[in-house]
Write a protein that binds this ligand. Sequence first.
Ligand SMILES: Cc1cc2nc3c(=O)[nH]c(=O)nc-3n(C[C@H](O)[C@H](O)[C@H](O)COP(=O)(O)OP(=O)(O)OC[C@H]3O[C@@H](n4cnc5c(N)ncnc54)[C@H](O)[C@@H]3O)c2cc1C
Length: 451
Amino acid sequence: MSGLAAGIRLAHFGKKVCIAEKHGRGGGLNSYYNRNGIEIDTGLHAMTNFIPRGGAKNSPLMKLLRQLRIPYDELCLREQNYSIIQFSSASLSFSNDFDMLKTSISDKFPSEIDNFLRLDSHIMSYNELDVNAPYVSARKTVSGFIKNELLVEMLFCPLMYYGSAVEKDMDFAQFAIMYKSIFREGFCRPEKGIRQLITLLEDRFKESGGELRYNCEIRRIMNSGGKTVAAITSGGEMLETSNVLSSAGSLETMHICDEKPANFAELPEGQLSFIEAIFCIDPGTNLEGIDYSIKFFNETDNFDYCAPDTAYSLRSGVFCCPFNFRYDERKNERMLRLTVLANHNSWRKYDKKTYRGKKAELSEILLKKCGELCGRTDLRQRLVFSDIFTPETVRRFTGHINGAVYGSPLKFKNGRTHTEGLYLCGTDQGFLGITGAMLSGISIANMYLLK
Ligand SMILES: Cc1cc2nc3c(=O)[nH]c(=O)nc-3n(C[C@H](O)[C@H](O)[C@H](O)COP(=O)(O)OP(=O)(O)OC[C@H]3O[C@@H](n4cnc5c(N)ncnc54)[C@H](O)[C@@H]3O)c2cc1C
């Protein structure tokens, strides 16, 4: 997503630009595939940063559309109904109308509502886009406003699941980005799923004169004397260039550079990965009462966001009902999606047969978990098909070390690397998620290649 967005900007301004993607399809972590004649989004639960038509011009989504010259209506965004944060002793609801969260906090934590509103004002006036800002602990900052620990944990849960590469805590700037994009703006989905967005981006890129090469892996980045010289494809072709913008990840990119940075061995690998399960159930299944779009759940009152010691953990997760968005047409498919934290080492060490067996076993366990979350005991009988992604799937399909969906905990906020003409965009620049990745591509292209 970040690569496509950057490519569009560069092509618009007449740069000779080529996107090299090692897979046969675009979208990276958020692509699509077909199963049983049904198109499935590999990742998409929801896009963040929803803004209604004609909404604030300086909002991230509006800026993004302007920069890519995409008319708002072409995205066909459909809003969530509402979402839930469910912990063992309390639950909160929020929607794209901020008042729902305020009311929910005021009902469940009456003594904290003023503190929450003070935190909200602090975040709304905070400049989270300052690329030179030092790390500030979000936990410390938030706890300076809110005294009730349970409420603090509950606020962190969705923000970490949808955007933290760091375990346990996050940078306050990242917290502020996620807070604004989820609680202040909110969730939506393109009417026809992620393909709609990818096709739009690909078409815009090609119309603007960009060259899009699929099944084209970059195996080597030639840099010499601190300068970028060329990129070499898997086919052995040399693409001569003094500027490479990489969305492959920081370490992943440096691995293929001829000259590595002096601190290469000390750069931290991402550790956080997830299991993503998709269950397609019979459309006739009665899911009455399940009208929320996304439920963020945590089995206890302490939210422990870190890679589990075991292959996966059911102690917390994200349960998504993609059919509960406000579509124009009722969806025929009934998909249920479940994301839980996973340990990449466990999945890597299995041989092929054990790996398949573990996946099948886990599929049953996660289906049962979905049943518990939506109060149904017959999902097994209602199942049309299921699929599961492990950290290994993410690693194999995207090249992300350890299958770390949000990349390295160390972000390169200004996009610069050890080499002139080699820039990072997307996940390891630090803007996460679909909207974040596109904004990252645009910002880095604007900052360094379109001066
Ligand atoms: C299961 C799952 C669910 C998700 N759900 C959501 C969601 O609901 N909402 C949301 O906003 N975000 C979601 N995300 C996160 C979101 O998909 C990512 O944050 C975003 O796609 C990152 O985009 P990117 O451009 O930084 O990088 P990536 O998507 O990682 O793209 C990098 C691309 O580079 C290619 N590549 C890597 N190395 C090379 C090489 N050497 N040569 C050529 N090509 C190479 C890869 O194949 C890949 O296509 C989800 C992610 C996952 C895995």
